[in-house]
Design a protein around this ligand. Structure first.
Ligand SMILES: NC(=O)C1=CN([C@@H]2O[C@H](COP(=O)(O)OP(=O)(O)OC[C@H]3O[C@@H](n4cnc5c(N)ncnc54)[C@H](OP(=O)(O)O)[C@@H]3O)[C@@H](O)[C@H]2O)[C@@H](O)CC1
Ligand SMILES: Nc1ncnc2c1ncn2[C@@H]1O[C@H](COP(=O)(O)OP(=O)(O)O)[C@@H](O)[C@H]1O
Ligand SMILES: [K+]
Length: 513
């Protein structure tokens, strides 16, 4: 699913209004009808106090329409207009009048007003700011937002949590609504998936307000949300008359004394995702444990006992995954540097491979184009330097990836794969995966997909998705805390099956059982 910028959403609005020959107020009515139906189907007339906090722009206008509809259906409502500017939008004003016509009289809150009482049992509708936020709220509006957050009442945010920037702009973290639920119009917003801003969004859902599909389809976006519909077409079926040679020979290089497990996890994952053959290259100390733990994996060793001091692969590997648990001994660094000079095919670089690159940036020139780098945030910072916001981080990562023609996988709760100026935002995975070795598993999986002939960027996008899905399936049987990286590997097969699982057909209720 595409992720639009605020500017693109406004354009989609315009295009819809032009094409359907409707007024903007009708689009607002449509959006608010969706909001109302969502609430009504859940509340079913329950008598709770709904307190609507509405700004004076179109986000507030949505709130006005929703208030009118709730009132018409006899809900107990109280409307507050957060009067942060004299520049009210036309559709807000129109719907304020319509609300008054239905005999609802909002309270106007301004800088001098007392903060309204909110009980934890109230339901708050947050329609103060939407995608139009372009600076941090004034302190008095911020105090109101803090007051709403402190109330612990269920807070339903319209379109976006108020105070949250949709695109890069000044904002203040304490002046953002902590939404229990966000009903966002038509398309997801990038900030829902970034670590700094995503924390304000507990759960979100898209409401289809019928924006111009043709416009959406033809608009190029900087970001795309990757779910099942996006990854299914990437899958390459196994062929009946294929053999192990068809699916490539991957080599996993890494490990040092005490960190051989990283290579074991990566090679096992590489095999489990479907690589035809897998060879691990480790220092001598890794030989016995690897051969015992994963008999399907072949093992080559260097000449040293505890670390890698030279890398020699006596055959043509389809792809190499390198760096996990490798350490940064001087000899290892020079072995890595010389190996890069020999390589021409795209590879996957993780962990100490990335750290070596950060300390020796000249080596970046020898990294084969279209290689996949899989940094966690700390490794990314070492590579691209410090950033002051997630927006800046993404821009820097894009520039870095473009400069070296690489695929950069920014790992996190929503891993983002950067390639060719675009970011692919993953939707699978869970906090149970914040555990030792889960990154090694990911590197193995991406390497294993490349071995089978998937392109670098497709391997990264597909691998990240499958890895998260395997983690989700693992967690469903064991819970977050107990999930271990090896269980992610055990669930790779289930993750493939899950991709193709048909949604269960609803059982029709039979009379008398
Ligand atoms: N297609 C869709 O998705 C549809 C979207 N719709 C709805 O429209 C919403 C967007 O509405 P919007 O453009 O009027 O902006 P909104 O967020 O209400 O802000 C209002 C104004 O506040 C101002 N301002 C900004 N920051 C400020 C600050 N810190 N402190 C004080 N003032 C500040 C700024 O004006 P400025 O003062 O900069 O001139 C801004 O214009 C969208 O989220 C959705 O709910 C639906 O109705 C229909 C279909
Ligand atoms: N909270 C989370 N939600 C979803 N996925 C997560 C979360 N935390 C970590 N992960 C995933 O787990 C992996 C961790 O990688 P990394 O930090 O390199 O681990 P390690 O170095 O121990 O192998 C990444 O793929 C990351 O996306
Ligand atoms: K809002």
């Amino acid at each position: 699913m595409k992720i639009f910028s605020a500017h693109q959403i406004y354009q989609a609005d315009k295009s819809t209004i032009q094409k359907e020959q409707i007024k903007s107020e009708e689009l607002m009515e449509r959006a608010a009808t969706q909001l109302f139906e969502w609430m009504h189907s859940r509340l079913r007339g329950t008598q709770v106090n709904v307190k609507l906090f509405c700004g004076i722009g179109n986000n507030g206008g949505d709130g006005m329409v929703l208030a009118r509809k709730l009132h018409k259906h006899d809900y107990s409502i109280k409307v507050y207009v957060v009067n942060y500017s004299e520049k009210r939008s036309e559709d807000f004003l129109l719907n304020l009048e319509r609300l008054k016509d239905s005999k609802v009289w909002p309270d106007f809150i301004n800088e001098e007003s007392d903060l309204p009482e909110i009980s934890p049992n109230d339901i708050i509708v947050d329609a103060i700011f939407g995608i139009g936020l372009n600076r941090a709220p004034d302190d008095w509006v911020g105090n109101l937002i803090e007051h709403i957050n402190d109330s612990r009442a269920f807070t339903l945010s319209v379109d976006v949590p108020s105070g949250l920037p949709v695109d890069s702009c000044h904002w203040k973290p304490s002046y953002v609504i902590r939404a229990s639920y966000v009903l966002s119009f038509q398309l997801p917003k990038l900030v829902f998936f970034l670590p700094e801003t995503g924390v304000y969004v507990n759960q979100w859902e898209i409401l289809d307000i019928g924006l111009d599909q043709e416009f959406i389809a033809k608009t190029e976006t900087d970001y795309e949300l990757i779910g099942r519909p996006e990854v299914l077409p990437l899958y390459r079926p196994r062929l009946k008359f294929s053999h192990k040679g068809t699916y490539g020979h991957a080599v996993i290089i890494g490990g040092s004394y005490g960190k051989i497990g990283a290579v074991q996890l990566a090679s096992n994952a590489c095999l489990s995702v479907g690589s035809g053959l897998v060879t691990a290259f480790v220092p001598k100390c890794g030989y016995d444990s690897l051969q015992t733990a994963v008999p399907e994996v072949m093992v080559l060793t260097g000449s040293r006992e505890r670390s890698i001091s030279e890398i020699a692969i006596p055959f043509k590997a389809s792809v190499v995954g390198i760096g996990m648990g490798m350490g940064m001994e001087d000899d290892t660094v020079s072995a890595f540097g010389s190996f890069l000079k020999e390589c021409t095919k795209p590879m996957v670089i993780d962990a100490d491979g990335l750290n070596i690159l950060s300390q020796n940036p000249q080596m970046l020139n020898d990294v084969p184009e279209l290689s996949v780098l899989t940094p966690h945030p700390k490794e990314l910072e070492r590579l691209i330097g410090y950033w002051t916001s997630d927006f800046e981080k993404l821009e820097k990562a894009k520039a870095f990836a473009a400069k070296h023609n690489l695929v950069v996988v920014i790992k996190g709760a929503h891993t983002i794969t950067i390639y060719n100026g675009k970011g692919y935002v993953n939707t699978t995975g869970n906090p149970g995966m914040a555990t030792a070795g889960s990154g090694d598993v990911l590197t193995g999986m991406i390497t294993g997909l490349m071995a089978q002939g998937y392109s670098s960027v497709k391997s990264a996008i597909f691998g990240v998705y499958l890895h998260g899905l395997a983690g989700d399936l693992g967690v469903s049987s064991i819970g977050y805390e107990a999930l271990k990286a090896s269980l992610i590997i055990e669930n790779i097969g289930n993750a493939y099956s899950e991709l193709f699982r048909q949604p269960e057909i609803e059982q029709k209720e039979k009379p008398n059982g």
